[in-house]
Design a protein around this ligand. Sequence first.
Ligand code: GDP
Ligand code: MG
Length: 793
Amino acid sequence: MPTIKDLKIGQQATVASVGGEGALRQHLLDMGMIPGVTVELIKYAPMGDPIELRVQSYELTLRLDDASRIEVVNVRDCAETGRSLAGIASLPQEKAIPPVNKLIDHPGLGEGGRFHNKKTEHPLPDGTCLTFALAGNQNSGKTTLFNQLTGSNQHVGNFPGVTVDRKDGVIRGHKDTLVTDLPGIYSMSPYTSEEVVSRQFILDEKPRGIINIVDATNIERNLYLTLQLLELNIPMVVALNMMDEVQSNGGSVNVNRMEQLLGVPVVPISAAKNEGIDELVSHAIHVAKYQEKPLRQDFCDPEERHGAVHRSIHAVMHLIEDHADKSAIPIRFAATKLIEGDKSVIDALGLDTNEQETVVHIVRQMEKESGLDRSAAIADMRFNFIERVVASSVVKPEKSREQTRSSRIDSVLTGRFTAIPMFVLIMGLIFYLTFNVIGGSLQSLLDTGIQALSDTCEKGMEAAGVNPLLISLVVKGVFAGVGSVLSFLPIIVTLFFFLSLLEDSGYMARIAFVMDKILRKLGLSGRSIVPMLIGFGCSVPAVMSSRTLPSERDRKLTVIMIPFMSCSAKLPIYSFFISAFFPGRGALVMLLLYFTGIAVGVLTAVISKNTRYKGEAVPFVMELPTYRMPRPKNVGQLLWEKSRDFIQRAFTVIFLASIVIWFLETFSPSFAMVTDSQNSILAVIAGFIAPIFAPLGFGDWRMVTALISGFLAKESVVSTLGILFGSVASLQQVLTPARAASFLVFCLLYTPCIAAIASIRRELGRRWALWIVLFQCAIAWACAFIVHLVTLI
Ligand code: GDP
Ligand code: MG
């Protein structure tokens, strides 16, 4: 039988069976790749692998190897009328779903309470905090909605236990509420460790309500998650997002009809345009306050596939009723997950051997009667229900303008001959604008300002006859330390600005698509490019974003590589040394340093791939979202968070480090003030370690101290040098350009800063963090030694 691999560009086919096994297969099914669906091959990546497919009216990328496991029938050339919207082809006739009995109120539309039966109503007591989980697919607009709901009343914290950045916020104008923005998921069968967090949050923390955000331009796949959330029997509202796009393309949704079919309130909104948010909030608060459970959880059709799936679900439900009750897992959810074969639910239920065997028999019988295996049968059941909901409540637009625009942009950005030049061009432009134009000029402006302020303070204090010790603390400690770091704020903010544009617009996913084949040679997948690019900004979020990678092995390999990408905190070191030792050759030195970092990272990956981490990267299956204009509000919010973090760091870690170093450098071991810092405590301590660095050409105790302080934060290498040397001239007395080069290489490669180490520890554990620190220091020493040797010759 032909497979997807055999399709030619522009050809369509109907999926006959999805091969493979385990989590990947489940993931493919969850993303809508089920028997009966129509797929269309759109293009090959520039290097011939992976491919881009259209399925369920969205774009998916997958590797040829995996494509060759999906068998197809009825291969045909695409209709002349242009690209047709691929839906489920096998079930054309609409089978009516009986609507649920109760009408849903629209308090926001002035019908508050009309349909309520006061006798069955049990509102939560006033003052109970209404907690909401904001759940939805990736790129469905969660962050945008979250920002609209909470305004600026949000804070970022850690998920207890697992460590994921968690965003909580109070809904504007409703003080007893708390919304949590969860990582995007496609189904309740998690594929990446980030998705595990979302699932565990909903199951364990038991929010009072769920706000399920659904991308209306991609409704079939999004509703797949909705059905699974409904099974949880938690009060819920569906926020139908991106309605502005649906409407402007001539589509529409019969919201009342959809509500009757799903049994929960459905509110059309546009998060980006701030439309419909008030109604969404009042519904969400209403269902949570009155604990109105979804009115429908049963999606199986008793007649479909001879009722096999229907009967098996209900049989399992009866069988496990007592266990589900005891372990507080919603019963319908437990039953479908059991049939899918979800390991963690099987364990949580604690079935005895007899019951487990009964389940196996029920599943086997169902597989025999339905002709589908367990995972495919459940996915098929859900998509059939969705198809009937969509058929009777959604008028699809003929051809979306956004999608047309997207494929036009893609013809350049992922085009066969243009993709890689465009990538280099875009990244080059970003770095050029950041370091030379925008960030660079703002930085020198800020620098001048801080210097002037420092001078004025010094003069003022001298005139007022302030104690010289205090003057020294303020000028040499605080201004030299914190000030020199603070002046890098513009560069860092600019870099994050561009990186967030890449991510929000949807280009980051394309980079992964284009680069997959190269990364595969390193034993990684295209997804790893995202953490690495973020690593040029800061290792901390980069390490955190490695969570989007689906396998432990990929995560470890990626995390090892991240610290070799020059983060923005190392920039102060580079520019400081360039202006002191390599004037006029700044761009060249920068480029060399960046590439050395990348090269060492790549080498490490290749070596690990061939030794400890043998084997192939996990399959690369990813949605390619429609290109969208990033919203200024989202970008603004992100920049504000980054600047706040950075300023906070400057005034906490770096402030403290500056004062400690100033102290150690001003006093002798007997705590007398020293005139020559050669006699200070610091000189004594650093003198011990200095011999290690002598072979590298910088055994001076002040250089060593700078490196130690760089452990706290890379920026403070510069501030420490500033404090200890006072002027560039005295630094030039100690270092030659050749020695400066070896120092720079050491700075580039040695241990990540303490914040990055902490996040590596959170992600991979203590042993890994320690190992990475030692490993990197060793590599840095070796490389700096080589540079030193080469420059000696
Ligand atoms: P998340 O990945 O679910 O957090 O999604 P985001 O909030 O980052 O949104 C993904 C993209 O969709 C962004 O570029 C948003 O600007 C865009 N977006 C979000 N909501 C809407 C909407 O209602 N209409 C339109 N046209 N675009 C939206
Ligand atoms: Mg988001």
